[in-house]
Write a protein that binds this ligand. Structure first.
Ligand code: IYR
Length: 244
């Protein structure tokens, strides 16, 4: 029988892990290819209502749930809605909140920043997309005997899991929208979630509509999003008071 390579460290079980790696030129090629492929991901608001097998969504959620999390507590629940009645309820409640936001709650400079996206309070995609994945964050957990247990860095953990979720959706050939109706506590009620779970992100998932339009916006360049501190290179400090 195959025996796992196991070592006990202070009585805790560790298994041997070896990560497949590649020659440097292949690492270079793979990293560039992945960057280019992720660059093609777009947030979409025009969905097709074409059905998607449930197993696809299961795989996407399994991928998201591989995300690292504080003390490996995996402080998330992915609620999946395909029921048309529940989708309609969610749309109605989301639009109620969004209407208030766009007509008073959002400051003018926020609304101005959103003009290139041309969003408004109407959220028909909540009924068109075949699935809504609502990510809930667990600020604490409850064990089998009903006792409260801690989670750690639940915000960061859920953020990373959502990143994995979006990459998995892109990989499957589907599109998503990161939607945060605000406030979104109506989702806890509609989906009857326990008090230790708070809505974190609402992600409609589907095929892109045959005619799908996305804003003509560009991503920041590498030099705008990174700062390098390299051996024998003080150029990154040139704006510092240390070097006039
Ligand atoms: N939640 C609103 C407004 C909105 C806010 C941001 I920040 C966006 O990037 C996009 C929209 C809505 O969903 O319309």
């Amino acid at each position: 029988m195959f025996m796992k390579d196991i070592k006990l460290i202070n009585g805790y079980s560790f298994i041997k892990y070896s990560k497949e790696t590649y020659p440097t030129d292949e690492i270079l090629q793979r990293s560039a290819h992945f960057a280019g492929w992720m660059e093609e991901r777009r947030t979409c608001r025009d969905f097709s209502d074409k059905a998607i097998p449930k197993e696809v969504i299961e795989n996407i959620i399994l991928t998201a749930s591989t995300a690292p999390s504080g003390a490996h507590k995996q402080p998330w629940t992915f609620c999946v809605v395909s029921d048309t009645e529940i989708k309609s309820k969610i749309r109605a409640e989301a639009e109620k909140e969004e209407y208030e936001s766009y007509n008073g709650r959002m400051p003018e400079d926020w609304k101005k920043d959103l003009l290139p996206l041309q969003t408004d309070w109407k959220k028909e995609f909540l009924e068109i997309a075949p699935y809504l994945i609502i990510v809930f964050k667990k600020s604490y957990d409850v064990d089998a005997t009903g006792n409260k247990t801690n989670t750690y860095y639940a915000n960061e953990s859920c953020g990373i899991a959502c990143g994995f979720l979006l990459a998995a959706i892109h990989n499957a050939g589907l599109v998503a929208l990161t939607h945060t109706p605000s406030p979104m506590n109506f989702l806890s009620k509609i989906l009857n979630r326990p008090v230790n779970e708070k809505p974190y992100l609402l992600v409609p998932v589907g095929y892109a509509a045959e005619e799908c339009w996305v804003p003509d916006i560009k991503r920041k360049k590498l030099s705008e999003v990174s700062c390098w501190y390299q051996a024998n290179d003080l150029s990154s400090l040139k704006n510092s008071f240390l070097i006039p």
